[in-house]
Design a protein around this ligand. Structure first.
Ligand code: G
Ligand code: G
Ligand code: MN
Ligand code: NA
Length: 259
């Protein structure tokens, strides 16, 4: 595969960049934070999305240095926003962690190091881990996540509802946020909304809140969806209705608009 061989050099050449998509409080529409989404500006193929290279990076192990770069860069960016908009309360930065990163022995040490060097408080960082990466997770795998959670870092369960999650298992995981998969929000785009999807979301929100977990919904594309999800008790939302993933300036202007 042509992309595989050029992947390590791409990191050295600085061909990766990050887009940020805002996370919004459903209650009042203000910005809660942003998710960092990596892209590759390939010299021949143009801009490639993560689906084109994250699996390769996972397979070759490049995900470790790439993930370290994404964390470093997005935490630096979040600290920059934080310093300019401190009045609005802590702004979250959500960073995706792949399974290989989860297994890496230096995950905790490197995360602590990045936070300390940036000056960002641990509570401003949220690490997103997919539900499937934690299926059957043993204590060895959960230990680093527990250590990060004890420091105040939030752990979010990404794409929630797509895996075969054992709901009782949720209590064992050091997560504080459920990110409800886009497939649920899709059912809410119809008029009237799919009653089964409504019931499922209602049930998940109730379960999450009883476990003191916050619920973020993904893929919100219309105002009607946002209103429905707010009424169902979801806490925060992300989606094209608010903004597509974009340059860091976009988050900066949204924060200025909130102030
Ligand atoms: O960018 P896009 O909106 O197409 O994101 C698709 C998926 O790519 C996301 O859901 C996320 O799981 C993954 N992704 C994006 N950025 C990163 C990253 O920095 N690291 C990892 N491991 N996955 C990412
Ligand atoms: O980590 P995760 O796979 O959840 O990353 C979010 C993915 O969802 C990215 O690929 C992003 O571009 C995409 N996305 C974000 N908002 C929307 C939306 O409102 N609708 C759709 N269809 N995709 C979205
Ligand atoms: Mn994510
Ligand atoms: Na997701």
């Amino acid at each position: 595969h042509g992309l595989t061989t050029s992947l390590p050099a791409a990191l050295d050449r600085g061909e990766f960049f990050i887009e940020y998509q805002p996370l919004v409080h459903l209650g009042d529409g203000t910005v809660h934070g942003a998710e960092a989404l990596v892209r590759w500006c390939h010299p021949q193929h143009g801009v490639l999305g993560p689906d084109r290279f994250i699996p390769l990076a996972e397979h070759t192990g490049l995900i470790v240095p790439l993930g370290r770069w994404v964390l470093e860069e997005s935490v630096r960016q979040a600290n920059f926003w934080q310093e300019r908009h401190s009045d609005g309360g802590p702004l979250r930065i959500n960073v995706n962690l792949s399974p290989t990163q989860l297994h890496h022995p230096r995950l905790v040490a490197e995360t602590v190091d990045v936070l300390e060097r940036s000056g960002l408080e641990p509570g401003a960082l949220c690490l997103e881990v997919t539900e499937s990466a934690l299926i059957g997770a043993d204590d060895d795998l959960l230990k680093p996540l527990c250590q990060l959670a004890e420091m105040g870092v939030d752990i979010a369960l990404d794409d929630f509802g797509t895996g075969y999650s054992n709901l009782a298992n949720l209590r064992r995981l050091p997560v504080s946020v459920l990110k409800l998969d886009r497939s649920f929000t899709r059912g809410m785009q119809q008029h009237p909304a799919d009653p089964v999807d409504l019931k499922i979301v209602e049930g998940i929100v109730s379960l999450a809140h009883s476990l003191e977990l916050a619920v973020t919904v993904e893929g919100v594309e219309t105002g009607a969806q946002a209103e429905q999800l707010r009424a169902l008790g979801c806490d925060t939302a992300q989606g094209w209705y608010y903004a597509r993933p974009g340059a860091p300036d976009r988050i900066h202007s949204l924060l200025l608009a909130d102030a």
